[in-house]
Design a binder for this molecule. Structure first.
Ligand code: FAD
Length: 392
């Protein structure tokens, strides 16, 4: 049966519907049984989760909850946020996998695809038959991808021919389908394409040596004379505005995942503080350790309040770019403090993977930088405050 987390100090999660709570209960059981026991090994070996985990997440209905074609039951953005938090509480790479498949990939098709494309593709991602990736960032264009994309799509009769390169694409070396964003050679506007990775001209190489979110298989992708039929162009993607609409949806969920990553570190620290004895008593009995725990809980509690409200605004239809940007910039900053305080509580053991906390600490760095860095999200908020865009 459902119980709110002790780290959800004000009991926000109790506000979910019974059906939403049932999914959370099933998700927690799945994560504890299938993911937690293997996650440090996968992280150390930088290995993707077994495909059975992708299938298990699909069976829980986690892919496609926002979209009418694939949702299991009517649900709120706050619920989907809690799903991201609960996932990241166990492992942020798994939360990232769901965020990519459910948010960025299915989101691109839902936001910018035609009804025909939604019907054709969404169920296949929802069932886990297809694993997706989202290709926007490039070697020479990260924060400035609204203006700076160099990947070009040239219309050729009923087809498009795409040339260019992408970098950092999560699961881009193992995906079945990657959404590729490219500039139309004729009108200069950014358009999205559904690209099966078996298409000749698609070549992906895993980025080696990554020290955060090591389970996510980030890739460098080279696209050489890749031919995509017009039927695979996202039919309603006419400019970067649609790309931005997808990112707006996912950014708030990344903010939730950041809180989940903090919660994972915090829960590990509370447990350790109750076990480790120094100066003849559990370190949790020392005042300065309690200070670190209380500060961490304060960060988590303030962040849950913020992300709850920003998700309610999505459902109310009032959420704008600057709202999700503020949530992402704020919660990831609080996460960075929290994981550092929690790691501190472990002393030397805090850098040993078996104690978990170093994984949360390292993963925080990737969450802090992807889906818009703190600086870029801050500038989006700054533009809303002052009416002046400082980043164009
Ligand atoms: P840059 O844009 O080069 O920025 C470097 C620094 O300069 C940052 O601190 C930035 O804030 C700062 N900066 C840049 N411009 C300004 C400015 N105007 N004012 C102030 N500061 C500025 N992308 C995808 O398309 N798909 C994915 O699946 C994906 N997954 C990712 C997974 C991971 C683990 C990581 C690390 C990245 C992923 N990305 C993905 C890319 C990610 O979105 C980019 O890394 C991010 O947008 C930042 O771009 P950049 O790394 O090129 O940094």
């Amino acid at each position: 049966s459902f119980e709110s987390l002790t780290s959800d100090f004000y009991g926000y999660e109790n506000g979910l519907t019974d059906q939403e709570k049932e999914t959370i209960v099933a998700l927690r059981a799945f994560l504890e049984a299938e993911v937690r026991p293997i996650v440090n090994g996968l992280w150390e070996r930088s290995e993707f989760v077994p495909r059975s985990i992708v299938k298990g997440l699909a069976d829980l209905g986690l892919f496609g909850q926002p979209w009418k074609e694939t949702q299991r039951f009517e649900n709120s953005a706050v619920f989907r946020g809690w799903v991201a938090l609960e996932l990241a509480r166990v492992d942020a790479s798994v939360a990232t996998l769901v965020g990519m498949q459910n948010g960025l990939v299915m989101g691109s098709i839902a936001v910018a695809g035609s009804q025909e494309q939604r019907d054709e593709w969404l169920p296949r991602f929802a069932s886990g038959e297809l694993l997706g990736a989202f290709g926007l960032t490039e070697p020479l264009s990260g924060s400035d991808s609204a203006q700076g994309l160099r990947t070009i799509a040239k219309r050729d009769g009923d087809n498009w021919v795409i040339n260019g390169a992408k970098r950092w694409i999560g699961n881009g070396s193992i995906s079945d389908v990657t959404i590729i964003w490219a500039k139309d050679a004729d009108d200069g506007q950014v358009k999205g394409f559904i690209v099966p990775t078996s298409t000749p001209g698609y070549s992906a190489t895993r980025i080696e040596g990554k020290q955060a979110l090591r389970i996510v298989q980030n890739a460098d992708i080279v696209l050489t004379d890749l031919v995509v039929p017009e039927a695979n162009r996202l039919q309603n993607s006419n400019s970067f505005r649609e790309t931005a609409a997808v990112l707006r949806l996912t950014r708030a969920e990344v903010a939730w995942a950041a809180v989940g990553n903090s919660v994972g570190a915090y829960e590990a620290a509370v447990k350790y503080a109750g076990e480790r004895i120094q100066f003849g008593k559990e370190i949790g009995g020392h005042q300065l350790v309690q200070d670190l725990l209380a500060r961490s809980l304060g960060n988590i509690t303030a962040s849950i309040g913020m992300v709850t409200r920003v998700s309610q605004m999505l459902d109310e239809g009032t959420q704008r770019d600057e709202h999700s940007s503020l949530a992402k910039a704020y919660t990831t900053s609080r996460m960075r403090e929290t994981v550092a305080w929690c790691r501190e509580i472990f002393g030397g053991n805090g850098i040993v993977l078996d104690y978990d906390v170093i994984r949360y600490f390292a993963d925080a760095e990737a969450i802090y930088s992807y889906e818009g860095t703190r600086e870029m999200n801050t500038l989006i908020v700054g533009r809303a405050i002052t009416g002046k865009a400082a980043f164009i």
